[in-house]
Ligand binder design. Structure first.
Ligand code: ADP
Ligand code: F6P
Length: 319
Protein backbone atom coordinates (compact mmCIF):
# COMPACT_ATOMS: atom_id res chain seq x y z
CA UNK A 1 0.00 0.00 0.00
CA UNK A 2 1.20 3.52 -0.83
CA UNK A 3 0.02 6.60 1.02
CA UNK A 4 0.52 10.27 0.26
CA UNK A 5 0.89 13.21 2.62
CA UNK A 6 0.45 16.93 2.06
CA UNK A 7 0.11 20.13 4.10
CA UNK A 8 -2.44 22.76 3.06
CA UNK A 9 -3.74 26.20 4.07
CA UNK A 10 -1.83 28.42 6.52
CA UNK A 11 1.25 26.70 7.93
CA UNK A 12 1.41 25.90 11.65
CA UNK A 13 4.33 24.98 13.92
CA UNK A 14 4.14 21.22 14.46
CA UNK A 15 3.11 20.37 10.89
CA UNK A 16 6.58 18.91 10.39
CA UNK A 17 6.15 16.65 13.42
CA UNK A 18 2.89 15.35 11.94
CA UNK A 19 4.50 14.71 8.52
CA UNK A 20 7.37 12.89 10.21
CA UNK A 21 4.98 10.73 12.23
CA UNK A 22 2.96 9.78 9.13
CA UNK A 23 6.11 8.82 7.21
CA UNK A 24 7.90 6.96 9.98
CA UNK A 25 4.87 4.99 11.25
CA UNK A 26 3.87 4.06 7.69
CA UNK A 27 7.36 2.71 7.01
CA UNK A 28 7.31 0.69 10.23
CA UNK A 29 3.91 -0.72 9.11
CA UNK A 30 5.36 -1.75 5.72
CA UNK A 31 3.81 0.96 3.56
CA UNK A 32 5.35 3.18 0.89
CA UNK A 33 5.03 6.95 1.33
CA UNK A 34 4.93 9.76 -1.21
CA UNK A 35 5.20 13.43 -0.27
CA UNK A 36 3.21 16.04 -2.15
CA UNK A 37 4.62 19.56 -2.18
CA UNK A 38 2.57 22.80 -1.95
CA UNK A 39 -0.77 21.30 -0.89
CA UNK A 40 -3.48 20.85 -3.52
CA UNK A 41 -1.64 23.22 -5.90
CA UNK A 42 1.36 20.87 -5.92
CA UNK A 43 -0.91 17.85 -6.27
CA UNK A 44 -2.41 19.35 -9.44
CA UNK A 45 1.12 20.09 -10.71
CA UNK A 46 2.14 16.53 -9.79
CA UNK A 47 4.91 17.64 -7.42
CA UNK A 48 5.06 14.17 -5.90
CA UNK A 49 8.17 12.40 -4.62
CA UNK A 50 9.11 9.24 -2.76
CA UNK A 51 9.82 9.60 0.95
CA UNK A 52 11.79 7.37 3.28
CA UNK A 53 12.74 7.58 6.90
CA UNK A 54 15.66 9.94 6.12
CA UNK A 55 13.39 12.35 4.20
CA UNK A 56 11.97 13.51 7.52
CA UNK A 57 15.25 13.68 9.46
CA UNK A 58 15.86 16.91 11.36
CA UNK A 59 12.42 18.45 10.86
CA UNK A 60 10.74 17.67 14.20
CA UNK A 61 12.07 20.79 15.89
CA UNK A 62 11.48 23.17 12.99
CA UNK A 63 8.51 25.48 12.39
CA UNK A 64 6.87 25.80 8.98
CA UNK A 65 6.34 22.76 6.79
CA UNK A 66 9.00 20.87 4.82
CA UNK A 67 6.28 19.96 2.29
CA UNK A 68 5.49 23.66 1.69
CA UNK A 69 1.89 24.75 1.69
CA UNK A 70 -0.47 26.74 -0.51
CA UNK A 71 -3.97 27.97 -0.92
CA UNK A 72 -5.36 26.72 -4.21
CA UNK A 73 -8.60 28.28 -5.46
CA UNK A 74 -8.83 25.95 -8.49
CA UNK A 75 -9.22 22.98 -6.19
CA UNK A 76 -12.67 24.20 -5.16
CA UNK A 77 -13.88 23.24 -8.65
CA UNK A 78 -15.00 19.66 -9.35
CA UNK A 79 -12.99 19.35 -12.58
CA UNK A 80 -9.72 20.03 -10.71
CA UNK A 81 -10.70 17.64 -7.90
CA UNK A 82 -11.26 14.97 -10.55
CA UNK A 83 -7.88 15.79 -12.10
CA UNK A 84 -6.23 15.42 -8.68
CA UNK A 85 -7.95 12.06 -8.05
CA UNK A 86 -6.74 10.83 -11.48
CA UNK A 87 -3.18 11.91 -10.63
CA UNK A 88 -3.33 10.09 -7.28
CA UNK A 89 -4.66 6.92 -8.97
CA UNK A 90 -1.96 7.09 -11.66
CA UNK A 91 0.73 7.57 -8.98
CA UNK A 92 -0.55 4.45 -7.21
CA UNK A 93 -1.48 6.43 -4.07
CA UNK A 94 -4.24 4.52 -2.23
CA UNK A 95 -4.67 6.86 0.72
CA UNK A 96 -3.91 10.49 1.50
CA UNK A 97 -3.21 12.35 4.75
CA UNK A 98 -4.21 16.02 4.53
CA UNK A 99 -2.70 18.17 7.28
CA UNK A 100 -4.52 21.52 7.46
CA UNK A 101 -7.68 23.29 8.53
CA UNK A 102 -11.39 23.12 7.71
CA UNK A 103 -10.89 24.35 4.14
CA UNK A 104 -8.32 21.62 3.49
CA UNK A 105 -10.74 19.03 4.94
CA UNK A 106 -13.40 20.13 2.41
CA UNK A 107 -10.86 19.30 -0.29
CA UNK A 108 -10.12 15.95 1.37
CA UNK A 109 -13.83 15.15 1.47
CA UNK A 110 -14.12 15.86 -2.27
CA UNK A 111 -11.25 13.44 -2.94
CA UNK A 112 -12.84 10.80 -0.69
CA UNK A 113 -16.01 11.03 -2.76
CA UNK A 114 -13.86 10.37 -5.85
CA UNK A 115 -12.53 7.13 -4.38
CA UNK A 116 -9.30 8.31 -2.69
CA UNK A 117 -9.14 7.27 0.94
CA UNK A 118 -8.42 10.47 2.86
CA UNK A 119 -7.74 11.37 6.50
CA UNK A 120 -7.52 14.94 7.83
CA UNK A 121 -5.17 16.07 10.59
CA UNK A 122 -6.17 19.39 12.24
CA UNK A 123 -3.43 22.00 11.94
CA UNK A 124 -4.03 25.72 12.32
CA UNK A 125 -2.88 28.30 14.82
CA UNK A 126 -6.47 29.63 14.95
CA UNK A 127 -7.90 26.59 16.88
CA UNK A 128 -11.12 27.06 14.92
CA UNK A 129 -11.85 23.42 14.03
CA UNK A 130 -15.02 22.33 15.79
CA UNK A 131 -14.45 18.60 16.26
CA UNK A 132 -11.21 18.99 18.19
CA UNK A 133 -10.09 20.68 21.39
CA UNK A 134 -6.56 20.98 20.04
CA UNK A 135 -5.14 22.00 16.68
CA UNK A 136 -1.49 21.71 15.74
CA UNK A 137 0.29 25.07 16.05
CA UNK A 138 -2.03 26.75 18.53
CA UNK A 139 0.20 26.13 21.55
CA UNK A 140 3.30 27.56 19.86
CA UNK A 141 1.32 30.55 18.57
CA UNK A 142 -0.06 31.49 22.00
CA UNK A 143 3.35 31.14 23.61
CA UNK A 144 4.89 33.35 20.93
CA UNK A 145 2.08 35.88 21.38
CA UNK A 146 2.49 35.78 25.17
CA UNK A 147 6.26 36.45 24.96
CA UNK A 148 5.73 39.35 22.57
CA UNK A 149 2.94 40.82 24.72
CA UNK A 150 5.13 40.57 27.86
CA UNK A 151 7.75 42.67 26.06
CA UNK A 152 5.19 45.23 24.95
CA UNK A 153 3.94 45.37 28.55
CA UNK A 154 7.42 46.36 29.81
CA UNK A 155 7.79 49.34 27.54
CA UNK A 156 4.13 50.38 27.78
CA UNK A 157 4.29 50.34 31.57
CA UNK A 158 7.46 52.47 31.59
CA UNK A 159 5.74 55.09 29.46
CA UNK A 160 2.39 54.77 31.30
CA UNK A 161 0.70 54.11 27.98
CA UNK A 162 -2.34 52.39 26.72
CA UNK A 163 -1.43 49.69 24.22
CA UNK A 164 -3.39 47.58 21.80
CA UNK A 165 -1.90 44.29 20.63
CA UNK A 166 -3.62 42.64 17.69
CA UNK A 167 -3.27 38.87 17.48
CA UNK A 168 -4.18 36.47 14.67
CA UNK A 169 -7.06 34.01 14.56
CA UNK A 170 -9.00 34.96 11.44
CA UNK A 171 -12.64 34.97 12.64
CA UNK A 172 -11.91 33.14 15.92
CA UNK A 173 -10.88 34.60 19.29
CA UNK A 174 -8.94 31.68 20.80
CA UNK A 175 -5.47 33.20 20.44
CA UNK A 176 -6.77 36.51 21.82
CA UNK A 177 -8.56 34.95 24.80
CA UNK A 178 -5.64 32.71 25.82
CA UNK A 179 -2.98 35.38 25.38
CA UNK A 180 -5.06 38.01 27.23
CA UNK A 181 -5.46 35.72 30.25
CA UNK A 182 -1.78 34.70 30.11
CA UNK A 183 -0.51 38.27 29.80
CA UNK A 184 -2.77 39.81 32.45
CA UNK A 185 -4.41 42.23 30.02
CA UNK A 186 -6.97 44.87 31.05
CA UNK A 187 -9.23 44.27 28.05
CA UNK A 188 -9.81 41.60 25.42
CA UNK A 189 -11.81 42.14 22.23
CA UNK A 190 -13.13 38.91 20.73
CA UNK A 191 -15.08 38.64 17.46
CA UNK A 192 -17.48 36.24 19.23
CA UNK A 193 -18.45 38.69 21.99
CA UNK A 194 -17.31 42.26 21.22
CA UNK A 195 -20.17 44.75 20.94
CA UNK A 196 -18.13 47.46 19.15
CA UNK A 197 -18.91 49.98 21.88
CA UNK A 198 -15.66 51.96 22.10
CA UNK A 199 -17.19 54.33 24.65
CA UNK A 200 -17.12 51.46 27.19
CA UNK A 201 -13.42 50.92 26.53
CA UNK A 202 -12.67 54.63 26.92
CA UNK A 203 -14.58 54.84 30.23
CA UNK A 204 -12.81 51.71 31.43
CA UNK A 205 -9.39 53.21 30.63
CA UNK A 206 -10.27 56.44 32.44
CA UNK A 207 -11.65 54.57 35.47
CA UNK A 208 -8.49 52.47 35.69
CA UNK A 209 -6.34 55.64 35.50
CA UNK A 210 -8.40 57.21 38.27
CA UNK A 211 -7.71 54.13 40.40
CA UNK A 212 -3.97 54.58 39.81
CA UNK A 213 -3.40 51.97 37.09
CA UNK A 214 -0.53 53.13 34.91
CA UNK A 215 -0.91 50.68 32.04
CA UNK A 216 -3.93 49.64 30.02
CA UNK A 217 -3.32 46.68 27.75
CA UNK A 218 -5.94 45.70 25.20
CA UNK A 219 -5.62 42.41 23.34
CA UNK A 220 -7.54 42.73 20.11
CA UNK A 221 -8.39 39.77 17.88
CA UNK A 222 -7.77 39.97 14.14
CA UNK A 223 -11.48 39.23 13.65
CA UNK A 224 -12.25 42.58 15.34
CA UNK A 225 -9.30 44.39 13.70
CA UNK A 226 -8.85 48.16 13.21
CA UNK A 227 -6.27 48.39 16.02
CA UNK A 228 -4.49 51.39 14.46
CA UNK A 229 -7.72 53.37 14.11
CA UNK A 230 -8.77 52.37 17.61
CA UNK A 231 -5.43 53.55 19.07
CA UNK A 232 -5.81 56.93 17.39
CA UNK A 233 -9.37 57.36 18.68
CA UNK A 234 -8.49 56.27 22.23
CA UNK A 235 -5.52 58.67 22.37
CA UNK A 236 -7.68 61.53 21.09
CA UNK A 237 -10.48 60.87 23.58
CA UNK A 238 -8.44 60.04 26.69
CA UNK A 239 -5.31 62.13 26.15
CA UNK A 240 -3.30 59.01 27.05
CA UNK A 241 -0.45 58.05 24.75
CA UNK A 242 -1.67 54.92 22.92
CA UNK A 243 0.20 52.55 20.59
CA UNK A 244 -1.00 49.63 18.51
CA UNK A 245 1.11 46.62 17.54
CA UNK A 246 0.02 44.01 15.02
CA UNK A 247 1.86 40.81 15.91
CA UNK A 248 1.19 39.28 12.48
CA UNK A 249 3.04 36.30 11.03
CA UNK A 250 5.55 36.05 13.88
CA UNK A 251 2.76 33.96 15.48
CA UNK A 252 2.95 31.35 12.73
CA UNK A 253 6.70 30.65 12.93
CA UNK A 254 9.27 29.35 15.35
CA UNK A 255 10.19 26.06 16.95
CA UNK A 256 7.08 24.15 17.96
CA UNK A 257 6.50 23.79 21.69
CA UNK A 258 6.73 20.38 23.33
CA UNK A 259 2.92 20.11 23.30
CA UNK A 260 2.72 20.85 19.57
CA UNK A 261 5.47 18.31 18.79
CA UNK A 262 3.87 15.57 20.87
CA UNK A 263 0.23 16.11 19.86
CA UNK A 264 1.22 16.49 16.19
CA UNK A 265 3.24 13.26 16.38
CA UNK A 266 0.26 11.46 17.93
CA UNK A 267 -2.19 12.86 15.40
CA UNK A 268 0.05 12.06 12.41
CA UNK A 269 0.48 8.51 13.69
CA UNK A 270 -3.30 8.13 14.26
CA UNK A 271 -3.95 9.26 10.67
CA UNK A 272 -1.56 6.60 9.39
CA UNK A 273 -3.28 3.96 11.58
CA UNK A 274 -6.67 4.90 10.13
CA UNK A 275 -5.41 4.50 6.56
CA UNK A 276 -3.67 1.26 7.47
CA UNK A 277 -6.98 -0.03 8.88
CA UNK A 278 -8.84 0.80 5.67
CA UNK A 279 -10.66 3.91 6.92
CA UNK A 280 -11.49 6.97 4.80
CA UNK A 281 -13.18 10.37 5.01
CA UNK A 282 -12.17 10.79 8.69
CA UNK A 283 -10.58 13.62 10.70
CA UNK A 284 -8.28 12.95 13.64
CA UNK A 285 -9.30 14.94 16.74
CA UNK A 286 -8.45 15.47 20.37
CA UNK A 287 -11.84 15.36 22.03
CA UNK A 288 -12.76 15.12 25.70
CA UNK A 289 -9.15 14.33 26.56
CA UNK A 290 -8.69 11.51 24.03
CA UNK A 291 -7.43 11.09 20.48
CA UNK A 292 -10.44 10.14 18.37
CA UNK A 293 -11.62 10.40 14.80
CA UNK A 294 -14.78 11.77 13.22
CA UNK A 295 -16.41 11.44 9.85
CA UNK A 296 -15.34 14.51 7.82
CA UNK A 297 -18.94 15.52 7.05
CA UNK A 298 -19.87 15.23 10.73
CA UNK A 299 -16.74 17.17 11.73
CA UNK A 300 -17.43 19.98 9.26
CA UNK A 301 -21.04 20.28 10.45
CA UNK A 302 -20.03 20.71 14.12
CA UNK A 303 -20.16 24.18 15.71
CA UNK A 304 -17.41 25.56 17.92
CA UNK A 305 -17.84 28.15 20.67
CA UNK A 306 -15.32 29.74 23.02
CA UNK A 307 -15.46 27.82 26.33
CA UNK A 308 -18.12 29.50 28.48
CA UNK A 309 -16.22 28.97 31.76
CA UNK A 310 -13.13 30.69 30.32
CA UNK A 311 -15.27 33.62 29.19
CA UNK A 312 -16.89 33.95 32.63
CA UNK A 313 -13.55 33.81 34.45
CA UNK A 314 -11.86 36.10 31.92
CA UNK A 315 -14.46 38.79 32.72
CA UNK A 316 -13.33 38.68 36.35
CA UNK A 317 -9.60 38.64 35.57
CA UNK A 318 -9.38 40.94 32.58
CA UNK A 319 -10.51 44.37 33.83
P1 ADP B 1 -7.41 25.90 6.02
O1 ADP B 1 -7.23 24.51 5.54
O2 ADP B 1 -6.33 26.32 6.98
O3 ADP B 1 -8.82 26.17 6.53
P2 ADP B 1 -8.08 27.36 3.59
O4 ADP B 1 -9.48 27.65 4.00
O5 ADP B 1 -7.28 28.44 2.92
O6 ADP B 1 -7.16 26.91 4.81
O7 ADP B 1 -8.14 26.08 2.64
C1 ADP B 1 -6.95 25.49 2.13
C2 ADP B 1 -7.20 24.95 0.76
O8 ADP B 1 -8.19 23.90 0.82
C3 ADP B 1 -7.80 25.95 -0.23
O9 ADP B 1 -6.84 26.78 -0.82
C4 ADP B 1 -8.41 25.01 -1.26
O10 ADP B 1 -7.40 24.49 -2.10
C5 ADP B 1 -8.93 23.87 -0.38
N1 ADP B 1 -10.35 24.10 -0.10
C6 ADP B 1 -10.91 25.02 0.72
N2 ADP B 1 -12.25 24.97 0.70
C7 ADP B 1 -12.57 23.99 -0.19
C8 ADP B 1 -13.80 23.45 -0.67
N3 ADP B 1 -14.97 23.92 -0.26
N4 ADP B 1 -13.74 22.45 -1.58
C9 ADP B 1 -12.55 21.96 -2.00
N5 ADP B 1 -11.36 22.44 -1.58
C10 ADP B 1 -11.36 23.43 -0.69
O1 F6P C 1 -5.31 30.58 9.46
C1 F6P C 1 -4.09 31.01 9.96
C2 F6P C 1 -3.90 32.49 9.71
O2 F6P C 1 -2.63 32.87 10.22
C3 F6P C 1 -4.99 33.39 10.30
O3 F6P C 1 -4.83 33.60 11.67
C4 F6P C 1 -4.82 34.62 9.46
O4 F6P C 1 -6.06 35.30 9.34
C5 F6P C 1 -4.40 34.07 8.11
O5 F6P C 1 -3.92 32.77 8.33
C6 F6P C 1 -3.35 34.90 7.43
O6 F6P C 1 -3.13 34.35 6.19
P1 F6P C 1 -1.93 34.78 5.22
O7 F6P C 1 -0.70 34.06 5.68
O8 F6P C 1 -2.39 34.35 3.88
O9 F6P C 1 -1.74 36.26 5.35
Amino acid sequence: MTIGVLTSGGDAPGMNAAVRAVVRTAIVDGMQVKGINRGYAGLLDEEIFDMDSRSVADILTRGGTMLLTARCKEFMQPEYQKKAADILHRQGIDGLVVIGGDGSFRGAKALAHLGIRTIGVPATIDMDIACTEYTIGFDTAINTAMDAIDKIRDTSASHERCCIVEVMGRRAGYIALYSAIAAGAEEVLLPETYDYDEEKIISHILENRAKGKKLHMIINAEGVGDSLGMAERIQRRTGIDTRATLLGHIQRGGHPTCKDRVYASMMGAKAEELLRDGKSNRVVAYYHGEYKDFDIDEALAMQKHLPEDMLVISRKLIR
